[in-house]
Design a protein around this ligand. Structure first.
Ligand code: FES
Ligand code: FES
Length: 157
């Protein structure tokens, strides 16, 4: 920990102070240091979206951001957003539509869907597809995922 940097961030509403190695990525810090394993590691180079977390209100790739860069930031993960109930409607719709199989992509998919809901609550099906295009799912197929998001955004169901 020779080069560790004092870092203070808020994670899911709780202030966290740690000495962090500058090369540790945010998603590794969340998973390994805080035990928040809902954010997943897939490609580890910014392609699959499995590591998505929210930092100061914007979704980011947790594998492309260093943990020390989150100093002073407000970080929210799937754990915090589930506990607060913010994702409840989307989670219910994913469950109802069988929009997941292994679930590996699901936490990040929910964060991306919520991000769209906040930015563009009347997004069209094409816009939903475009917004989720940075999140890869290897098993379910996107039809059910887009159906679930559309159900919530358009009040269908
Ligand atoms: S693990 Fe970060 S984008 Fe794939
Ligand atoms: S549900 Fe398995 S990767 Fe999406």
């Amino acid at each position: 920990m020779e080069h560790a940097v004092d870092t203070t961030l808020t994670v899911n509403g709780t202030e966290v102070r740690r000495r962090i190695e500058p090369r540790q990525h945010l998603v590794d810090f969340l998973r390994e240091e805080l035990g928040l394993t809902g954010s997943h590691l897939g490609c580890e180079h910014g392609v699959c979206g499995a590591c998505t977390v929210r930092v100061d209100g914007a979704i980011v790739r947790g594998c492309l951001m260093l943990a020390v860069q989150a100093d002073g930031c407000k970080v929210e993960t799937i754990e915090g957003l589930s506990d607060s109930g913010e994702l409840a409607k989307l989670q219910q719709a994913f469950h109802k539509r069988n929009a997941l199989q292994c679930g590996f992509c699901t936490p990040a998919m929910l964060l991306a869907a919520r991000d769209l809901q906040l930015a563009n609550p009347r997004a069209s099906r094409e816009e939903i597809r475009a917004h989720l295009s940075g999140n890869y799912c290897r098993c379910t197929g996107y039809q059910a995922i887009v159906d679930a998001v559309e159900e919530v955004l358009h009040g269908k169901g």
